[in-house]
Design a protein around this ligand. Structure first.
Ligand SMILES: *Cc1c(COP(=O)(O)O)cnc(C)c1O
Length: 365
């Protein structure tokens, strides 16, 4: 079944590549989910058949990420962008301040929402250097009484990624992991909230995964609409209202695929090898290709670069498109080129791009 399928070299930033085996399996059970005579999309979210899918996805996430019992896993809607507001709504009180580390446009969007609900402070920022690096954050930079510290672990647009995370003792650490969730093993206990839209590394758009420490969850504001309280969803196992059932099913299938790859360590190793293919071409190009991010802050998920001769950039992108590469344009806010190499982008796809980049360089140097 896998032969003769035309599959693009997909470097889209999100929604992004999904493993072919996951898509094929979903296709095979699209009209009859496990003998029910119904699509997964047609099942009641209160049925045992659906609940098994829902709980299996939570279990897989727990196992793969080694999530301790004092955390809750939630499947919400509205994307990571809704979390930008939900977090301050729940945890920013009038007598506290939220600390934000600014590493790109997503951090900017996050703090903008928090400013609607209370006081914020920028702890560190690389804005003045076009967000080329991840600033260091030490405990002394953080208000001891801060409501929380917010970071963006991978900066999808600028191509930078935190390599180690700040240790904050008692101040909760909240992380937008939309573009590098489950790309490598992490220690969950360093975080109080992790959130991510699923459409980059975990499946289709429509679900937001939230991993939240229970003692923080308990402190959530109850004077806000029911749907915006984390407690509502925690109490109901994310079944307070109708969840995005098809997306959760797909998420579960992607997690199963990660298990089949050998888990997060294997996935991380593959991601490192994929990124190395492209960074090596950039680094060995004698300045023909210029990486945007500083080396120590480089992302394994989004590889951002320009052509030194910017007049060649349009030609590069046109020829790449012609050769079957999809999604290589940089984000509309920064231009240039970007290859997003999320978990589901195969090594061979990255290899093909690295070869294309070398051959383009040879032809145009
Ligand atoms: C894509 C992205 C978002 C926005 O996610 P939505 O689900 O579209 O709201 C937020 N943060 C980061 C880091 C992203 O990459």
């Amino acid at each position: 079944m896998t032969t003769n399928k035309k599959r693009a070299y997909n470097f889209n930033a999100g929604p992004a590549a999904i493993p072919l085996s996951v898509l094929e399996n979903a296709q095979s059970e699209l009209t009859d989910f496990q003998g029910t005579g119904m699509s997964i999309m047609e099942l009641s979210h209160r049925s045992n058949d659906y609940e098994a899918v829902h709980n299996a996805a939570i279990e897989r996430l727990t196992k793969l990420y080694n999530i301790p019992e004092n955390y809750e896993i939630l499947f919400l809607q509205g994307g990571a962008s809704t979390q930008f507001a939900t977090i301050p709504m729940n945890f920013l009180t009038p007598d506290t301040e939220a600390n934000y580390v600014m590493t790109g446009s997503w951090s900017e969007k996050a703090i903008k929402e928090a400013n609607l609900f209370g006081k914020t402070r920028i702890t560190a920022s690389s804005e003045s250097d076009q967000y080329r690096y991840i600033p260091t954050v030490s405990q002394t930079d953080i208000d001891k009484n801060a409501a929380y510290v917010h970071i963006t672990t991978n900066n999808t647009i600028y191509g930078t990624q935190w390599q180690t995370f700040p240790e904050l003792n008692d101040v909760p650490l909240i992380a937008d992991m939309s573009s590098d969730i489950m790309s490598k093993p992490i220690n969950i206990e360093q975080f109080d909230i992790i959130y991510a839209g699923a459409q980059k590394n975990l499946g289709p758009s429509g679900i937001t995964v939230v991993i939240i420490k229970k003692d923080l969850l308990e402190k959530g504001n109850t004077n806000i609409p029911t749907m915006f309280q984390y407690k509502t969803h925690a109490k109901a196992n994310s079944l307070y209202n109708t969840p995005p059932t098809f997306g959760i099913y797909m998420l579960g299938e992607v997690l199963k695929w990660i298990e089949e790859q050998g888990g997060l360590e294997a996935v991380a190793k593959n991601n490192e090898e994929k990124a190395a293919l492209l960074y090596n071409v950039i680094d060995e190009s004698d300045g023909f290709y210029v990486g945007h991010a500083e080396k120590e802050s480089r992302s394994l998920m989004n590889i951002t670069f320009r052509l030194q001769d910017e007049s060649l950039e349009v030609q590069f992108l046109d020829e790449a498109k012609e050769a079957g590469f999809v999604g290589l344009n940089g984000h509309r806010s920064v231009g240039g080129c970007r290859a997003s190499t999320y978990n589901a982008v195969p090594y061979e796809t990255c290899k093909a791009l690295s070869e294309f980049m070398i051959s383009f360089m040879k032809r145009n140097k």
